[in-house]
Design a protein around this ligand. Structure first.
Ligand code: 5AD
Ligand code: SF4
Length: 428
């Protein structure tokens, strides 16, 4: 979501006539996009702002956007951190006004206002992270209020983009040569547009399943979506994947814990059993769908037995990749009021143990892929000369030897070797 926000802000600035530079030294204005999902991410902002303030050369204008900007607001101007303006998560469409104000000498310019009706969600080609892969936001915000999470406070309530707009974006990206789109949102499968549905002619047990079928019908080569919320995951989403080759065989379904007690304290709205049922459903697909997840270790009150439940769930689900996190209390969330009673060294041990299990499971899954053909989008040059890298339909990173003329094409790669998080193979 943050990469996608940055791309749109860079697009607006380029359209306003600013030049975007990769070199921090040559920049007159530096805009820091921020995350507040864990404390460490938030600390990064203060370190970076301090470095910029004390860097040599002419003084730069420093702006802050993203979740820390939204949550901290005014207080970012305190302590002489060298921050000139603050733009909230929904005010990013007005970043140009903030820069003009700062250049005109206005101190402490801040906009935490609402998003404008005609906000442009589509970044321009030159500011997208890849010419072949693009993000398409379909929903922003979150209504779930998991007790540990700051996102509902920093990003506000769920708001879905009209389906007609989503389809227009996909068609435009397709015209521009994009091969793979990622429908993105905090919870994509909670997609519920209020206006101008445009989805009536597509079947589906939820608006999201209909949207998937509508996006598939645009003919774009590959469609991925993230993140899905377990409670809102219905089997019709799997059906839509089964019916449409261009809906990729990958589902990211964060579970957060493998203990019912912890899940309850997290207010996740699902149990281990109900989650496993969804996994069984996805597994029954003939498309060989690969699974990934997010998991938190060391939530308040998590016992050794609870943690064991998490390890068991990993074994059951066979995730091909997983984002693992140590619980980090976020001020203002209900969990921050609970005693953070799992000691730091215990959190670390659980984290390392789970990581070990995950590595083994991934290697087992990768071993099954060895000798098979994967369809890989050649996205960019690899680390070694003569090597290209890209993702398979099942979202594995695959490296292979090929000339740059293959960039942007989807090629068959026979898998020969697996390392951590990466596959290697030969183009066929
Ligand atoms: N502590 C640790 N991890 C967190 N996440 C969200 N909030 C916290 C927190 N307070 C993780 C969840 C979520 C991912 C984006 O970040 O696993 O899915
Ligand atoms: Fe946070 Fe839960 Fe919403 Fe995900 S679903 S963004 S973890 S509150």
């Amino acid at each position: 979501m943050n990469v996608s926000d940055s791309e749109r802000v860079a697009s607006q600035l380029e359209q306003l006539g600013y030049a975007i530079t990769d070199s921090e030294e040559s920049a007159d204005i530096v805009l820091l996009n921020t995350c507040s999902v864990r404390e460490k991410a938030e600390q990064k902002l203060y370190t970076r702002a301090g470095q910029l303030k004390h860097s040599d050369g002419p003084k730069k204008i420093v702006g802050v956007m993203g979740c820390v900007a939204q949550l901290e607001g005014e207080s970012l101007f305190k302590k002489d951190r060298g921050i000139d303006f603050v733009i909230g998560t929904k005010a990013v469409g007005r970043v140009g006004d903030a820069i003009v104000a700062a250049v005109d000498g206005e101190k402490r310019f801040m906009d935490l206002g609402e998003r404008e009706e005609d906000y442009d969600w589509l970044p321009i080609k030159s500011q997208r992270h890849s010419p072949y892969v693009a993000f398409v936001p379909i929903i922003e915000g979150c209504n779930k209020f998991c007790t540990y999470c700051i996102v509902p406070f920093s990003r506000g309530r769920e708001k879905s983009l009209p389906a007609s707009e989503v389809i227009r974006h996909v068609l435009e990206l397709r015209r521009e040569g994009v091969k793979e789109i990622h429908l993105i949102g905090q919870n994509v499968n909670s997609y519920r547009p209020t206006t101008d549905s445009g989805l009536e002619k597509f079947k589906g047990k939820s608006q999201f399943a209909r949207l998937l079928r509508a996006v598939a019908a645009t003919g774009i080569e590959r469609i991925k979506f993230t993140t899905s919320f377990p409670r809102d995951y219905n089997s019709d989403i799997t059906d839509a994947i089964n019916e449409n080759e261009n809906l990729c065989n990958w589902v990211h379904l964060p579970v957060q814990s493998g203990s019912d007690d912890v899940l309850k304290a997290m207010k996740r709205g699902h149990t281990v059993e109900s989650y496993k049922k969804k996994i069984d459903d996805i597994r029954s697909s003939p498309r060989n769908i690969s699974l990934s997840t997010d998991m938190i270790v060391g939530f308040p009150g998590e016992t050794e037995k609870d943690f064991q439940g998490t390890c068991d769930l990993f074994e059951y689900c066979g995730y091909e990749s997983a984002y693992l996190f140590k619980y980090s209390p976020r001020p203002g969330t209900p969990a921050a009021e609970m005693e953070d009673d799992v000691l730091p060294q215990e959190k670390k041990m659980r984290f390392l143990e789970l990581e070990k299990i995950q590595r083994r499971i991934q290697q087992e899954s990768f071993a099954r892929k060895t000798g098979t053909l994967l369809q890989v989008l050649a996205e960019r040059k690899g680390a070694r000369d003569g090597q290209l890298t890209g993702h398979s339909t099942c979202q594995a990173v695959v490296n292979f030897e090929a000339g740059i003329e293959k960039l942007g094409s989807i090629v068959d790669v026979k898998i020969t070797e697996a390392k951590t998080n990466t596959l290697f193979g030969e183009i066929q």
